[in-house]
Ligand binder design. Structure first.
Ligand SMILES: [Zn+2]
Length: 198
């Protein structure tokens, strides 16, 4: 229940909860690296709800994802081409360091990728799940939607992998909520590009 006369205290530890507010039902998700609040829906009838309003919030506690790791993944995607490949960008809660963790590929071809989720040490959390699309452009397929349904992470796709300027797609996945990031950071394109700037 969202309080009417005081501020809603964020969840103190990792987890999820439903917030019942005067302006609808919201989902709050807390992870060591991220806190989000999203509205699941409004009420169907204008009845009096004795609670306060909630608002959508996004707090990226881990800070900016280093572009250099996107560059490293772009190099992996280029060397796997025309096959697809994948890797995770993980963040260490204790040291605040990011690193790229290759996934163990079970099967891959020019059109699909099946991999094993890497086991994570105690302080490591998944932040960006990266995969490549070989020669195809970057987009989220129906298979990607099924794969991403239960996770809390960013999903990142790199496509046209042999091109000097590969295509990219990025979205936030939060327990079935998919939010496309309309503008992939310009420095991500810069580090993935093999174009020689005169
Ligand atoms: Zn895909």
């Amino acid at each position: 229940m969202v309080p009417r006369f005081s501020r809603l205290e964020p969840m103190p530890r990792a987890g999820e909860r439903l917030l019942i507010a005067a302006n609808g039902v919201f989902l709050e998700i807390a992870r060591p690296w991220l806190r989000v609040v999203r509205r699941l829906g409004p009420f169907q009838h204008r009845t009096a709800i004795p609670y306060g309003d909630a608002s959508e919030e996004t707090d990226l506690t881990c800070g900016r994802i280093p572009a250099s790791l996107i560059g490293d993944f772009a190099a992996m995607a280029r060397s796997a081409y025309p096959k697809e490949t994948g890797a995770w960008i993980v963040w260490n809660v204790a040291t605040s360091a990011f690193r790229l963790l290759p996934v163990r590929i079970l099967e891959h071809s020019a059109g699909h990728l099946k991999y094993e989720r890497p086991p994570l040490a105690g302080d490591d959390v998944l932040v960006v799940d990266c995969h490549s699309h070989g020669h195809a452009p970057a987009f989220f397929s129906v298979t990607d939607d099924v794969d991403d349904r239960h996770d809390v992470k960013f999903a990142f796709v790199i496509g046209n992998c042999a091109s000097a300027a590969p295509s990219m797609a990025l979205r936030l996945c939060a327990k079935g909520i998919f939010e496309k990031v309309e503008t992939v950071p310009a420095e991500w394109y810069a580090v993935a590009s093999t174009e020689v700037v005169a």
